[in-house]
Design a protein around this ligand. Structure first.
Ligand SMILES: O=C(O)CCC(=O)N[C@@H](CCC(=O)O)C(=O)O
Ligand code: ZN
Length: 352
């Protein structure tokens, strides 16, 4: 069976992972009127039977880091039901299983961390760069054929949920990073979604980053999030029960014309990113173990790490560390430092 035939039969994941077979794309439609386009390996676009001024354009991506497989399994289940006509989205949808070569190799990436390759188009010198370029083009195509805003309600129509799993312990089992954008991408609807998905915390980034969710937020004003959904495990060994609240909230998002529920400012913990520490030299080191859990809090004045003669101390009010990794490439983020923040719960969420 060709990759196209396998996807049509509901096997989006196994067709994507069969990298030795030639890729065959194509378009087709179900009797319900839902139509599909297999645009590239791991990129499946789905159009609802009818489109209106309220129709959202939602990207759900997984596997940007190849070994973060829980979200990949979740997308396989969702896509299978859509492909078999058992679940019908009412919005435009782009499903992505991003990096099959890294997934097959059980690694985060092959040569370069792909989630640092979305600042601009890359010179295509390795597979991570080639895929990042292809994904940028697919996002361009998907959003360029869509409206940003439902003018009547003022609701944003572009969404991008980039699904990951954390590689270390975390005080919050699920959390999200909201990338910086000059567009108003932090809507009440987005925060209501996070709360419904039982996501425990959200980090508000205040500077540009070269990540996939940043690309959609910064270039297209999409309500984009990098979502950390639990811990890394091998493909087939994920307990998807732990992601059932997220799955339910996603399905609700895909099938509701509009969201009645509003975020009132409770439950979800909001952090602002105070600093991004960048590894400048090979001497960069943390003053805590490499396995330190995400959101470990340091009182003001603690020595967090150093890079040659530069020393990093926690700021006034203390700071918590997220994604600490001293082994990143030079010039890349070694960790985020965050502080809890009070925010307004109006139409757009702002730090008070
Ligand atoms: O658990 C970790 O240390 C890394 C998990 C991960 O892949 N996180 C993303 C976050 C991206 C963002 O800041 O939006 C990453 O590092 O790419
Ligand atoms: Zn990741």
């Amino acid at each position: 069976m060709s990759s196209l035939e396998r996807v049509k039969a509901g096997e989006f994941l196994s067709a994507t992972l069969d990298i030795d077979s030639e890729f065959v794309g194509g378009e087709w439609k179900l009797q319900s009127g839902v139509s599909f386009q297999l645009r590239a390996r791991g990129v499946l676009s789905i159009e609802p039977a009818t489109v209106s001024a309220q129709t959202k354009s939602i990207i759900v991506s997984s596997g940007v880091h190849g070994d973060e497989t829980g979200p990949i399994e979740l997308l396989q289940h969702l896509s299978e039901e859509i492909l078999k006509g058992q679940f019908e989205p009412v919005h435009r949808l782009l499903l992505i299983i991003a990096h099959p070569t890294a997934t097959l190799a059980h690694t985060r990436f092959i040569t370069e961390n792909m989630n640092r390759l979305f600042a601009s188009r890359n010179e295509p010198i390795n597979i991570d760069r080639e895929i990042a370029n292809m994904l940028q083009q697919e996002v361009d195509f998907f959003y360029q054929n869509s409206d940003t805003l439902d003018v009547e309600s003022g609701h944003l129509l572009r969404w991008h949920l980039d699904l990951h799993s954390a590689i270390r312990d975390s005080a919050h089992y699920t959390f999200a990073v909201s990338p910086h954008s000059t567009y108003p991408t932090r809507s009440n609807a987005l925060f209501a979604f996070l709360e419904q998905a039982d996501v425990e915390a959200v980090l508000l980034s205040r500077t540009d980053s070269p990540t996939f969710s940043w690309y959609s937020a910064a270039k297209y004003g999409a309500q984009a999030l990098t979502m950390e959904l639990g811990r890394v495990a091998r493909l087939g060994e994920n307990d998807l029960e732990l992601l059932s609240a997220f799955d339910a909230a996603l399905r609700l998002l895909l099938t509701s014309q509009d969201q009645a529920y509003r975020w009132q400012g409770d439950k979800l913990i909001v952090y602002k990113v105070t600093r991004t520490l960048t590894k400048e030299t090979d001497d960069f080191q943390f003053n805590f173990p490499a396995s330190q859990a995400n959101f470990t809090f340091f009182e003001q004045g603690c020595l967090l790490g150093q890079d040659q003669d530069k020393k990093y101390f926690s700021l006034e009010g203390g700071e918590a560390v997220v994604f600490p990794n001293p082994n990143v490439a030079l010039g890349q983020r070694a960790c985020l430092l965050v502080q809890q923040a009070a925010v307004s719960s109006e139409e757009q969420i702002e730090v008070i």
